[in-house]
Design a protein around this ligand. Structure first.
Ligand code: TYM
Length: 347
């Protein structure tokens, strides 16, 4: 249960998260998000709460997307969700632009959030770069739409990677300010759920940078669509240091690249870092890298094969998304209606 901002209304648990269909799903997206969505889906099924996972195409267009590519990438992301283990019979899977309540609530939140809050967002600063005047207004308002994604379902838990923490904190600030401004206990103060060994998967070429689809070097990342040879080659060429692996986690301090490969191994093997190091401590990278490559191929190949199979039936993907959107709207519409009432709009 999560408390509302002021007087402690309790909200039933509900999980929401999303990924941008901006092309090139990486191992970071898989370990930091998708695989954990599957755990939440199963927990939701056991404990009787809803889990909702979205392809956030409206966020993707805050930077230029070719229309045909966007359509393909959205289907590819849906295929990635399903191939990773999300099941439309167990969780709600849908595409953001098909549920208009997101943008309608986002407008209300644009009037709640302050310019200063948005200006502090590190993702805005990174993506807009030096030429902020030329960035889209949508890129600036991005976190407000993200807050709407979450709060239009009264979601209480949002599993994400470390890089999204600041956006979830802003979502909490928006919920609190809305509740205070209107004197209600309407929106829950959502918890970011950032857990596991792979909340921040780093570049294979530079252990101080996040693994990202926008890195200019393809060798820096593992893509969900890479074949076995590409995965093995990228791991073989991953940057490391000359020392052997330590037997305990403290031995990874100051060794960003070594820590990253061990974290990836732990996440793929569903083990803790300590368990991995108990096995591989003392080994050289020349011995550890083939083990990691074998594990990565074993885990990722079935997913990429299944994604390719699903992509051959785009109509089936579209039907799953339409159905998911209907189910999502059934939850979102009453929340938006009530928000309009609170704000003072005539219906
Ligand atoms: P996006 O599309 O950049 O990334 C999707 C998810 O993948 C995680 N992730 C990583 N995790 C670990 N290591 C990495 N190297 C790595 N790279 C990406 C991200 O943390 C994220 O969880 N703003 C969001 C999308 C969004 C959203 C939402 C998320 C829109 N509305 C509502 C949650 C709830 C984004 O750009 O994620």
């Amino acid at each position: 249960m999560t408390d509302a901002a002021s007087t402690g209304t309790t909200f039933q648990p509900r999980v929401f998260s999303g990924i941008q269909p901006s092309g090139g799903l990486t191992l970071g997206n898989y370990l930091g998000a998708m695989r954990r969505f599957v755990d939440w889906q199963d927990k939701g099924l056991n404990d009787g709460f809803e889990t909702i996972f979205c392809m956030v195409d409206l966020h993707a267009i805050t930077v230029w997307q070719d229309p045909e590519a966007l359509r393909r990438q959205t289907r590819e992301l849906a295929a990635g969700y399903i191939a990773s283990g999300l099941d439309p019979a167990k969780a709600i899977l849908f595409n953001q632009s098909q549920v208009h309540e997101h943008t309608q609530l986002a407008w209300i939140f644009n009037c709640i959030a302050r310019m200063g809050w948005m200006q502090r967002m590190t993702q805005w600063k990174d993506k807009a770069g030096k030429n902020q005047q030329n960035a889209s207004l949508g890129l600036f308002a991005y976190p407000s739409l993200m807050a709407a994604d979450i709060l239009v379902y009264h979601a209480t838990h949002v599993p994400v990677g470390e890089d999204q923490k600041q956006h979830i904190e802003l979502t909490r600030d928006i919920a609190i300010k809305f509740n205070n401004d209107y004197g209600v206990d309407f929106f829950p103060v959502t918890e970011p759920v950032i857990e596991g060994a792979a909340t921040r998967v780093m570049s294979l070429r530079d252990g101080s940078k996040k693994m990202s689809k926008s890195d200019p070097s393809d060798m820096a990342r593992i893509n969900m669509t890479d074949d076995a040879d590409a995965i093995a080659q990228k791991i073989r060429k991953a940057r490391t240091d000359p020392e052997a692996l330590p037997s305990e986690a403290e031995g990874l301090d100051g060794r960003a690249e070594a820590r990253n490969l061990v974290n990836i191994y732990a996440a793929l093997a569903d083990q803790t870092v300590d368990q991995v190091l108990a096995d591989v401590g003392g080994k050289q990278f020349s011995e550890f890298k083939p083990m990691l490559a074998e594990l990565a191929v074993a885990k990722l190949s079935p997913i990429s094969t299944e994604m390719a199979r699903l992509m051959e039936a785009p109509d089936e993907i579209d039907a799953i998304l339409r159905n998911g959107a209907e189910r999502a709207r059934a939850i979102a519409a009453p929340v938006l209606k009530k928000t309009y009432d609170i704000v003072g709009m005539i219906r």
